[in-house]
Ligand binder design. Structure first.
Ligand code: UD1
Ligand code: UDP
Length: 363
C-alpha cells in the first residue's frame, strides 16, 4: 500500500517521526513524505528531520505565510498535483494546521481515502483556525485515529460512523517516551542556559488568538514579566510571536524573560522535564507538561485536552488572573500516568489499523 503523508508544521514533524519510524519497518507500506513548507526556518523544520531521523521528504512545496485562504489554496493546488502523479492508496494527515486541511481537501476531492491522526479534538471555538481545519478533516476522513475517549465522544456526537473511529492513544506520548531516552545524556541545554533543575519556568506562546491582538499580547507579556521578576523564566520564541512583539517594539533587551531561539525537540524535552512550571498556549506542550509531571498553566479560554484540566494538572488562565492561578499551580503534584493518552504504542496501533484497512480493500 502506498501512503502519501502530508506534514508542514513543527508539531507534525514530531508526530510523524513516531509513525514513520514504525512504518519504515513494515514491508507492506510504502510511505512518501510531502512537506508543504509551512514551517521553514532551520529551528522550526530542518532540525526535527535531523534529530528525529525523519527521512528527507520527497516533496517540499515551499508554501508558507500569507492569509489562510492563500496559504491553504496554494497548498491544495500543489498537493493535488502530487497526488495525481503518485496515485497513493491513502493520504495520512496529522493534527489541525492549514497543511492538514489542504492535504485532506486534495485527497477527498480525488476520492483517495484519508487517515487522520489526532482526530476528534474540539475546542468548540470556531474562531480558532485549527477548529475549522479539524472538523473539515474529520468529516473527510475514512480512518479517524482519536487520541482519547473524549475525542471519540466528540466524533460520535457529530454523527461520524463508529466503524471509522479508533482510539489509538496519543502519538505525542509515544514521542515523549522514545525521545526522552535519546535526549538524556545528549543535550546540555540546562548548562548552556545556566539553569538548574526545578528552578525555572518554561514558557511558550504562539496562538493566533494571543498574538494577533496587540492588547492581548501586551497583557500577556506584562504579566509574564512580573512573574519573571521573581522566577527565572525561559522562553523559546515562535516566529509568529517574535514578529508580533517586534511590531509592538517590545524591548527584548530590558525584559526579565530569557528569550531563546526555538529549540530542537531533544532540548525542548529536557527543558520541559526539568521545569518547575510550564506556561503555554501550545496544544503539544500542555500534554508534555503532564507526561513529564510538571504543572501547567494554559493561557487560553478553553482547551481540547480537557482531561488534564479536569484532573487539576492544567489550569486555564488569562493575563488578568495568571498570578492568582500561579499559586495553585505551584501547589500541584502530578500523580502517576493513568493511561489517559494511551500506552506509548499509538504508532503501532495506527500501523495495525492501516494494514487492516489495506487488507479489507485488497490493496
Ligand atoms: C501553525 C498552525 C498552528 C500550530 C502552529 C505550530 C495553522 C493555521 N496554524 O501556526 O495550529 O499550532 O503552526 O507551531 O496552520 N514563520 C516563519 N518561520 C517559520 C514558520 C513560520 O517565519 O519557520 C512565520 C510565517 O511566515 C507566518 C507566521 O510565522 O508569517 C505564522 O506561521 P503559520 O505557519 O502561518 O502559523 P503558525 O502560527 O506557525
Ligand atoms: N517544541 C519544540 N521546540 C520549541 C517549542 C516547541 O520542539 O521551541 C515542540 C514541543 O515540545 C511540542 C511541539 O513542539 O512537541 C508543539 O508545537 P507547537 O507548540 O508549535 O504547536 P501546537 O502543539 O500548539 O500545535
Amino acid at each position: 500500500m502506498k501512503i502519501v503523508t502530508v506534514i508542514g508544521a513543527r508539531p507534525q514533524f514530531i508526530k510523524a517521526a513516531t509513525v514513520s519510524r514504525v512504518v519504515s519497518g513494515v514491508n507492506e507500506i510504502d510511505e512518501v513524505l510531502l512537506h508543504t513548507g509551512q514551517h521553514f526556518d532551520e529551528n522550526m523544520s530542518h532540525i526535527f528531520f535531523n534529530e528525529l531521523d525523519i527521512p528527507v521528504p520527497k516533496y517540499n512545496l515551499g508554501i508558507a505565510g500569507g492569509g489562510h485562504g492563500k496559504q491553504t489554496g496554494l497548498m491544495l493546488e500543489k498537493i493535488e498535483e502530487v497526488l495525481i502523479s503518485e496515485k497513493p492508496d491513502m493520504v495520512l494527515v496529522y493534527g489541525d494546521t492549514n497543511s492538514t486541511l489542504a492535504g485532506s481537501l486534495a485527497a477527498v476531492k480525488l476520492h483517495i481515502p484519508i487517515a487522520h491522526v489526532e482526530a476528534g479534538l474540539r475546542s468548540f471555538n470556531k474562531k480558532m483556525p485549527e477548529e475549522i481545519n479539524r472538523v473539515m478533516t474529520d468529516h473527510s476522513a475514512d480512518l479517524l485515529f482519536a487520541p482519547t475517549e473524549t475525542a471519540i465522544r466528540n466524533l460520535e456526537k457529530e454523527g461520524i460512523s463508529k466503524t471509522k473511529i479508533i482510539n489509538v492513544g496519543d502519538v505525542m506520548y509515544d514521542a515523549s517516551l522514545y525521545y526522552l531516552q535519546k535526549a538524556e545524556g545528549k543535550t546540555s541545554i540546562l548548562t548552556n542556559l545556566g539553569l538548574r533543575e526545578k528552578e525555572y519556568i518554561l514558557a511558550t506562546i504562539h496562538r493566533a488568538e494571543n498574538t494577533n491582538d496587540d492588547q492581548i499580547l501586551s497583557g500577556i507579556f506584562n504579566s509574564l514579566e512580573e512573574i519573571a521578576n521573581n522566577h527565572k523564566m525561559v522562553f523559546p520564541i515562535h516566529p509568529r510571536t517574535k514578529m508580533a512583539l517586534d511590531k509592538m517594539n517590545y524591548s527584548f533587551d530590558k525584559s526579565s524573560i530569557k528569550f531563546i531561539e526555538p529549540l530542537g525537540y531533544l532540548d525542548m524535552v529536557m527543558l520541559e522535564r526539568n521545569a518547575k512550571l510550564i506556561i503555554t498556549d501550545s496544544g503539544g506542550v500542555q500534554k508534555e507538561a503532564y507526561f513529564h509531571k510538571v504543572p501547567c498553566i494554559t493561557l487560553r479560554e478553553e482547551t481540547e485536552w480537557v482531561e488534564l484540566v479536569e484532573k487539576g494538572f492544567n489550569f486555564l488562565a488569562n493575563a488578568a488572573n495568571i498570578k492568582e492561578v500561579l499559586r495553585l499551580a505551584f501547589q500541584t503534584e502530578i500523580s502517576a500516568d493513568d493511561g489517559v493518552y494511551g500506552n506509548g504504542f499509538a504508532a503501532n496501533k495506527i500501523i495495525e489499523e492501516l494494514l487492516i484497512f489495506k487488507n479489507s480493500k485488497s490493496i
